[in-house]
Design a protein around this ligand. Sequence first.
Ligand SMILES: Cc1cc2nc3c(=O)[nH]c(=O)nc-3n(C[C@H](O)[C@H](O)[C@H](O)COP(=O)(O)O)c2cc1C
Length: 426
Amino acid sequence: MTDLLSQPLTLPCGAVLSNRFGKAPLTEGLADEHNRANERLVRLYRRWSEGGAGLLVSGNVHIDRRYLERPGNVAIDGNGGLEWIKAYAEAGTSAGNHFWMQINHPGRQGAVTRDGTFPGPSAIPLKVPGRPPFETRALSEEEILEIIRRFAFVATTARECGFTGVQIHSAHGYLLSSFLSGLSNTRTDAWGGSLPNRARALLETVRAVRKAVGPDFPVSVKLNSSDFQKGGFTNEESVEVVRWLGEEKIDLLEITGGNYEELPWLEDVKPSTKRREGYFLDYAKRMQAVATMPLMITGGMRTRAGMEDALRSGGMDVIGLGRPMCVDTDICKQLLSRESNSAISYESALPVDPLVIAAGATPAEAKALEMWTNLVWFFVQIWRLGDGLEPQRDMTALEAYRIYRETEDRQTAALAPLDPPLRVAT
Ligand SMILES: Cc1cc2nc3c(=O)[nH]c(=O)nc-3n(C[C@H](O)[C@H](O)[C@H](O)COP(=O)(O)O)c2cc1C
């Protein structure tokens, strides 16, 4: 029987992935106070490169230091440190695999702002239980065009520095994804309203990036199969966007779902509530019916049988693995060599210490906190890897939460002002 997972994949641009494993993008939070890469990222990616996946996608790299998804994000906006971006690319490709840079603007879902505002398609703040609504302002058309140029500038820099591809982040509620949703985008100009208008920011970004990197360089998009919100971006709309992305000749579409207001891949952490392997497979199938590009499915893929099934009968081309890579960095190698038949779902076994759930929290706040605590356990494992330590599998959720809070508070306080100044993208 052919071993499907070890088959190479030739992408439309001609690049070849050596097997069907893709490390999903995982925000690292390891950058310095100027949001530059450093030796901690180099150490982390050398280890991931040795882990056997044909493709690694970086955690989201930002196009503008003013708006970050977290304080430790890498940004590329004239802040210098390109020698470290080169070292980071070299480490991530050291075993001969592909290493693509995920490029992002967090939009209204940012956690850090250096100018006191959170820009989105419209002035509609994010609603997450337990989190105060951050003031959100609507971007002007000039700013939208500047953002598109910045995506292209970062993609060019990625190519020049040795990354072997790029991924445009248009999922999970970040800026491009929020343009797609009628809940967060109520604009009445050319960037809102009908689906073609709501998809304009994404499609124009894809075009600008493709033009900047050329036809022979992998360009990928990460897209929600659905936002799973009443009035939000639906699966039917996502299918339509896949059709349009096909016309743009992208090389790989990573399929996921949800946003901070509704995150199915975080909610589905308990074995009792887990429906079955692959959170988004049913939705992905409808996208596959119209897709002309290879597809990567990410979210809850854990067993060899489930992965092979997704490739064989689901029409998927690449299996994305996120959380298992934070702990078992060589899990792809183990699955390829048949030393292992499944990745461990650490998220299902993590005890959430009741102390973490703030006293007096509403059930919705408690649920949000529980999900967040589950997530930060993985951040802390990534930080350990960046420091050259082994993952700590027996770390409690409470311990991880404390480390996470201390670290992010320290990083936020240390963030440098905009010096060197922002590069204006032309
Ligand atoms: C610690 C952590 C960081 C993440 N950072 C990103 C990111 O930067 N960009 C992104 O598109 N998704 C990010 N994700 C989502 C993952 O790429 C993936 O979609 C999700 O973990 C579900 O896959 P899994 O079930 O294999 O973990 C992150 C997830 C985790 C756990």
